[in-house]
Ligand binder design. Structure first.
Ligand code: FAD
Length: 183
């Protein structure tokens, strides 16, 4: 299962020297197994991850707890990638850590897409906020998922009653039977 997994898996000694890596590890990092075995996991670092992240990582491992986070890594060809990493201690029968198990996947593209969505959302919000009219975007259940400053002012004026509920009730009254066909 580990050999066929799509996630890069490695097993290290307690100093993070690599003892085993699966084929996905070779694919993600670009290193061939024979070249990476025996090297320290620090070899993957792009030296851009803040040291506090590593301190937290090793702090968790020294408490025999797993750690999950993001590390900036570098492939064998020098290409930088963002890795979502989980590292867990492998405990022996005495409850002491004897190995570390590392699992990581390249989330660079997902990260870039998330950043794009965030900046587009910020752009839409700033445009909507600048409008001098009340704007609210609702989801299918009628919950407000985006509003502007004018709408927020209305919420304040109505003392936290949701203005959209009042609008919808008024429209429903006005439309009568036609409301259900519109919905
Ligand atoms: P380090 O010399 O490692 O020091 C960084 C900090 O970690 C210091 O505070 C140091 O005291 C502490 N520390 C280091 N080794 C130990 C130890 N054995 N016990 C307790 N504390 C320690 N790093 C990546 O950048 N990318 C990865 O993909 C990655 N995968 C890993 C997978 C596994 C299974 C493990 C165990 C570690 C992994 N690491 C990874 C962490 C890596 O081993 C290095 O700690 C990290 O890259 C920083 O290296 P460094 O040489 O800059 O600093």
């Amino acid at each position: 299962a580990v050999e066929q997994a799509q996630v890069a898996i490695s097993i290290t000694d307690l100093n993070a020297n690599i003892l085993y890596a699966n084929p996905a590890f070779e694919r993600v990092t670009g290193y061939r197994l024979e070249d990476i075995l025996g090297l320290n996991e620090a070899h993957l670092s792009d030296r851009k991850t803040p040291s506090i992240v590593y301190k937290t990582l090793w702090g968790r491992l020294s408490q025999k707890k797993p750690w999950t986070g993001m590390l900036v890594n570098r492939r064998e060809n020098g290409e930088r990638y963002l890795a979502e990493v989980t590292i867990a201690p492998v405990l022996n029968q005495e409850g002491e850590a004897s190995y570390y198990l590392g699992m990581h996947r390249d989330v660079t593209e997902v990260y870039h897409l998330e950043q794009k969505v965030k900046s587009q959302k910020a752009l839409i919000e700033s445009v909507v906020d600048a409008e001098p009219v009340v704007i609210a975007l609702l989801d299918e259940s009628g919950k407000v998922i985006l509003d502007n400053q004018e709408y927020k002012k209305l919420v304040g004026d109505l003392r936290s009653r949701e203005p959209v509920d009042i609008f919808l009730a008024a429209i429903q009254d006005e439309l009568g039977e036609r409301w259900s066909t519109l919905k």
